[in-house]
Ligand binder design. Structure first.
Ligand code: PNS
Length: 164
């Protein structure tokens, strides 16, 4: 049984993340969406909200669960008995950001990171851009799974709640 851990901030979960989860399920029996804190980023959504939105987004997928990462990702992977870490790449900038993390995680525990190339039709979708569009009252409905947009607008204190 192959267990893949898909870590990230998921602030919020996007359709791009779901694409990676689906692709990972083709080679892993179980995919654990692992919601962690990135020391370099303050999140818009609380860990509780990020967990709730991600759980709702994957509920229709078998072999997928969502967990919080309380500390180091490699410790979480060890406790989850994970075989590998999976990450999605949209382009070269992702590769540059992911490479040192993959090397550090392998240095710390020997775990390998497997990269999947996401659907190019979703390559423009990043949580940071989703937050920016929403912050400026733009429409994010097509970028995120159902139920996510209202939570993002609410967290921003926006008058907008959904598609207008
Ligand atoms: O979606 P992100 O913000 O690019 O994901 C980065 C994340 C959260 C996966 C990374 O910061 C992480 O693994 N944080 C947990 C703490 C940890 O293990 N840090 C060392 C990473 S090499």
């Amino acid at each position: 049984m192959t267990i893949a851990v898909f870590p990230g901030s998921f602030d919020p979960i996007t359709r791009g993340h779901l694409d990676v989860v689906r692709r990972a399920r083709r080679f892993a029996d179980e995919v654990v969406v692992a919601i962690a804190n990135n020391a370099g980023k303050a999140t818009l959504l609380s860990i509780e909200t990020r967990l709730e939105l991600a759980r709702e987004a994957v509920q229709h997928l078998s072999g997928v669960r969502v967990e919080a990462v309380p500390g180091l990702l490699v410790e979480f992977c060890r406790a989850a008995d994970a075989d590998l870490i999976v990450k999605g790449l949209r382009g070269g900038a992702d590769y540059d950001a992911e490479m040192p993390m993959a090397l550090m995680n392998r240095h710390l525990s020997g775990i390998e990171t497997v990269f999947v190339i996401g659907d190019p039709a979703l390559a423009h979708i990043a949580s940071s851009l989703v937050r920016d569009v929403a912050r400026n009252s733009g429409d994010i409905e097509d970028l995120v799974p159902p139920g996510v947009a209202p939570a993002v607008y609410r967290a921003l204190g926006s008058a907008r709640t959904t598609r207008e």
